[in-house]
Design a protein around this ligand. Sequence first.
Ligand code: BG6
Ligand code: MG
Length: 224
Amino acid sequence: MAKHPSAFIFDLDGVITDTAEFHYLAWKQLADGLGVTIDREFNEQLKGISRMDSLEKIVALDPALGGLSADEKERLATEKNEHYIKLIAEVTPAHILPGMESLLKDIQAHGIKIALGSASKNAKMVLEQLELTDYFDYIVDAAQVSKGKPDPETFTTAADYFGFAYADCIGVEDAEAGVEALKRAGMFAVGVGLSLSEADYIVADTGTLHFDSVITHYNERSDS
Ligand code: BG6
Ligand code: MG
């Protein structure tokens, strides 16, 4: 019989809902105001990492911004969040990515714990707007960790809460930094996005992410 994991730990932005796009649009708006050009390719580096780490990467694109003080950086990070909050104000359950609610239902029906492992300080609010909070047995967001992704702390904090071995947890991520965090934690990494070559199992998008196929691949890895 196929072995089931003890828990699934989900990233939020870009996995459960397409807020990854809103983060990009908010950063682009801020960068435009600073006279810095960013594109979607550059944005791949911003996925999964904290607000301030993202700002540091944008600032590093222009030597003229090298002298910004910590206070100025705080102000810019706050300004980006204001753009983002405006964009997500309209988020509703219609913004849940294809297949994700039925995947959560399937996991729950098998008695497997579900956790969120997000780098976002807005995670709880977004989950509420999506009306998905009740599926989650535990939520780890930016407020609970001292080291963001690619450090494993976000994911190990969730597993530690339940007292589960890391190898018995499956994580789902859309960002390179998130996949790295899962691998460093010793968890089985599901990558949503074909470029996530370090993941243990890769799907093109959430519409092709199904409980049975994740379990099959998890068992193939466990058997080897
Ligand atoms: C992650 C996103 O989930 O959260 C990143 O992938 C974002 O793009 C990070 O920068 C922090 O989010 P927030 O809402 O705290 O600014
Ligand atoms: Mg993400």
